[in-house]
Design a protein around this ligand. Sequence first.
Ligand code: COA
Length: 384
Amino acid sequence: MDYVPGLQGIPATQSKISFLDGQEGVLTYRGYPIVELAKHSTFEEAAWVLINGELPNSAQLTCFDGELRANRRVKYNVRDIMKFLPIDGHPMEALQTCVASLGMFYPGQERMTANGISADSEFVEQMIVKILASMATLVAMWEHIRRGDDPVQPRTDLTYAENFLYMMNEREPDPVEARIMDACLVLHAEHTINASTFAALVCGSTLAPPNLVVASAIGTLAGPLHGGANQRVLNMLDEIGSVDKVSNWLDQRLATKQVVWGFGHREYKVKDPRADILQGLLEELRQHRGGQISPLYDIARELERCADERLAPKGVYPNVDFYSGLLYEALGMPRDQFTPIFAISRTVGWLAHWKEQISHNRIFRPTQVYEGYPVRAYSPMAAR
Ligand code: COA
C-alpha cells in the first residue's frame, strides 16, 4: 500500500456538486460555470443550486430566500457567549465557538438517525437554512461586540449580501458594493473536496449534528494554507510597501524559500478563474469610486507581473485569496474578518456536501502505514 502525502489525487468521495479542471482553469457548480454564476446569479440562487442540484424556479427561490431572511436572528444567549470571549481573539475562533453552540439552541440531533440510519429530511433542510442564515449574523455580531458595542440587528428587507454589509458597516448598503459582495459570496461558496470540505465530510459521516460539521470545517478553514491566506496577502502587500520594491522583495522571498501568500494551488496549474473575476470586481469598484482604490492594488498587480516570470513556470499563479482581501478591505471589512467572510460563503458548500454524504453515508475510516516499533515489553519507571 502506497502512502500519498496530503492524499494528493486520491478520490475521497463521489460527488455531483462541483467540478474543477485545474489545467484549463474551469470551475462549475452543478455544471454551471462560475464565471456565469458570478455575473448573472445571486448568492441565494447559487446556494440553492449547490444544495439542491438544479436552478430554482421563481417560487422555490422566493421561498428559500424568505426562509433565509426569517432565520437571520440568533438567540440572545449566543450574544452572551460572545461577550465572554477575549476581544483580541481571532474572529474565526469566535465563529467556530458560536456555530458549535447552535445545536444546543436548536436541538434535534436525534433526527439525524430518525429512520434508523438516515436523517429526517425536514431536519436537514431546516438546519441548512438556520446555519446558513446565522453565519452572517454571527460574523457581524462579533465585530460589534469586540468593539464594545451592541450588535446591529439583521434586517429582512435586504438580500443576504446587502444585509451582511448593513450589519457590518451600520449604514445603508451601496448597491454596487452589495453586488460585489454578492459576487464574492458566489465565488467562495464551493470548491470540490478541499481540506475544510473534507473535514466536513469526515465529521458528517459520523452523523454528528450539522452545526458541528460546520464547526469542524471552520477550524480547518482557519489555517493560513487554506482560508487564512487572504488576510496574510494584505499584510504582505503592506510589508512590500511600494510598487518599485516588488521585484527585489520577490527575489528575496523566493531565495529564502518563503511562500508568496495568495499564490499557488494544489489543483490549479493556471490562474484560478476566481482570481480573474475578483480582479475584475476590483476594477469595477475602482471605476465606481472615480478611480480611487487602495494603493495596495497597484502593488498586487506588480507582484502578479513579477511572479509571472518567476513562479508561473512552476504552475504557480494567483489563487482566490490574492485579490479577495483587497476587495473586502475596500468594502470596509477588517482584515481578520476576511476568513470568517470566506466561511459564511463556504458554509453552502460544506452543507451541500454534508447533505450528499448523509444521503449515502459510510463512516470515514482510512488506514495508515505504521512505521513505529513492533510489540515490545513495557519498562517499569525505575528501570528507565
Ligand atoms: N509561493 C512560492 N512558491 C510556491 C508557492 C507560493 N505561494 N506555492 C507553490 N510554490 C512552489 C513550491 O515551493 C514548489 O517549488 P519547488 O518545486 O521548487 O519545491 C512548487 O511551487 C510546487 O508547489 P507545491 O508545494 O507542490 O504545491 P502544493 O500543491 O503542495 O501547495 C499550496 C499548494 C496552496 C499549499 C501552496 O501553493 C501555498 O502554500 N500557497 C500559499 C498559501 C495560499 O495562498 N493558500 C491559499 C490556497 S487557495
